[in-house]
Design a protein around this ligand. Structure first.
Ligand SMILES: *Cc1c(COP(=O)(O)O)cnc(C)c1O
Length: 428
């Protein structure tokens, strides 16, 4: 028995399903999850001494690769001064100023401890601000595990077979309306049928949690116009795309500005951090400036702020990070397409910058329905074939992969070689 097998057996005795977040259990791809011992740069090392080239990067945060010296140093400096105070600190002010300077639509920001907290809080504020109850979300978009969002949710919720989780009350579910991603007409119909009742439209402006799906031309613009006309708060959930697609997130590469933005993942540099922010008048509803309550014992934690600040200030000062990531993404995508074509397959690859998904489906993949048309059995076999060859992919078809600046052209070529062999193996 391997160390990973042994640990998983132990874990299942004391942790539900053996993991602290469902996707980690490998249920969608079969086999035993790999237990990670350490990571540096582009590599993960498991408990059995295997090394993997890494394409998850902690689901996004490790955009500079693992254990980057800058973040390590910031954290080790910060821990000299105690781990938490529960009182305001200089670091929080500097962090807020940095975020406001990087994301133009954010005028005020509140730090929390996860993406889930950020999205839960953002819709509460939108409801408080508008005095309305309902929200619109999109099928296959994932906004963390808050009750309001576990309706047609993406990510782990897809492969668990319980997209609508037990424990979410009918009352809560009734206030969440859903539309297919990229279907502006469906959203217009919902808004018309629920006139004056919709507090917010929340979306992953680039969807990463049903696999990567890009917004169709005019989709985001149409939502903006609808929200303006109907007094609806437009929320971009940029927990995944924030600081990844540009130093100001997806909104840095489109003309559309949301009213509120939720952030997570990269913002903590690997520490548990989230944030929500946006228009001054909306954010002034948040307690103690306003009546909408939201709090956190460890929010703005000094160690987490140190890690996040080091990460974000580096990204702000080094625009070449995004050029490098684009070059890596281009090389990888071209190689994958060439290998697929050689195998006579024209699988869909959706990519933007350093995020991509290879769908086992000839596509196009433009929403949750078309994403689900993928051959999941083949994906599972592919995942295992790649893992065996030392490439660590997300253990589900319905996830995006994330590149880091630690990936060199040589790493990309190694990934491509493994891809070609894996395809040959699974299609044989
Ligand atoms: C990861 C993610 C979340 C949830 O963040 P957690 O930190 O896991 O709670 C919310 N929204 C999106 C778009 C995400 O990718």
């Amino acid at each position: 028995m391997t160390q990973s097998e042994q640990l998983f057996q132990q874990a299942r005795q004391v942790i539900p399903g053996g993991v602290n977040s469902p996707v980690r259990a490998f249920r969608a791809v079969g086999g035993n999850p790999v237990f990670i011992k350490s990571a540096k740069g582009a590599y993960l090392h498991d408990e059995d001494g295997n090394r993997y080239i890494e394409l998850i990067n902690s689901w996004g945060p490790m955009i500079l690769g693992h254990a980057h010296e800058l973040v390590e140093k910031a954290v080790s400096d910060a821990i000299q001064h105690s781990f938490s105070f529960g009182a305001p600190t200089r670091r929080e002010v500097e962090m807020a100023e940095l975020i406001v300077s990087m994301v133009p639509s954010i005028e005020k920001v509140r730090m929390v401890n996860s993406g889930t907290e950020a999205t839960m809080s953002a819709i509460r504020v939108a409801r408080g601000f508008t005095g309305r109850d309902k929200i619109i979300k999109f099928e296959g978009c994932y906004h963390g595990h808050g009750d309001s969002f576990l309706i047609a949710a993406g990510s782990g919720a897809v492969t668990m077979g319980v997209p609508d989780s037990p424990g979410v009350t009918k009352g809560v579910a009734q206030d969440t309306l859903t539309a297919p991603y990229n279907d502006l007409e469906a959203v217009r119909r919902l808004a018309e049928a629920n006139k004056g009742q919709i507090a917010a439209i929340i979306l992953e402006a680039v969807a990463g949690n049903m696999g990567l799906v890009l917004p169709a031309e005019g989709f985001i613009e149409g939502l903006r116009a609808l929200c303006d006309a109907e007094g609806i708060v437009l929320i971009f959930d940029e927990v995944m795309t924030g600081f990844r697609l540009s130093a100001s997130g997806f909104q840095g590469i489109t003309n559309v500005k949301p009213d509120l933005t939720t952030l997570g993942k990269i913002i903590g540099g690997g520490m548990p951090v989230g944030a929500y922010g946006g228009r001054d008048d909306i954010m002034n509803c948040v307690s103690p400036a306003g009546p909408v309550y939201q709090a956190g014992t460890l929010s703005g934690n000094p160690i987490a702020m140190a890690a996040g600040y080091a990460m974000l200030s580096h990204l702000k000062d080094h625009p070449e990070v995004y050029t490098t990531l684009e070059a890596t993404g281009t090389r990888l995508e071209a190689g994958l397409r060439a290998a697929n074509a050689k195998a006579g397959k024209h699988y869909t690859i959706n990519r933007i910058g350093s995020m991509y998904t290879l769908f086992f489906n000839e596509g196009p993949v433009t929403d949750f329905e078309t994403a689900k048309a993928s051959d999941l059995k083949l994906f599972g076999a592919y995942f295992q074939a790649m893992l065996k060859r030392g490439i660590y992919l997300a253990p589900s078809q319905f996830e995006s992969l994330f590149l880091s600046t630690a990936l060199t052209p040589e790493h990309v070529d190694a990934i491509l070689a493994a891809h070609e062999q894996s395809l040959a193996e699974i299609l044989a």
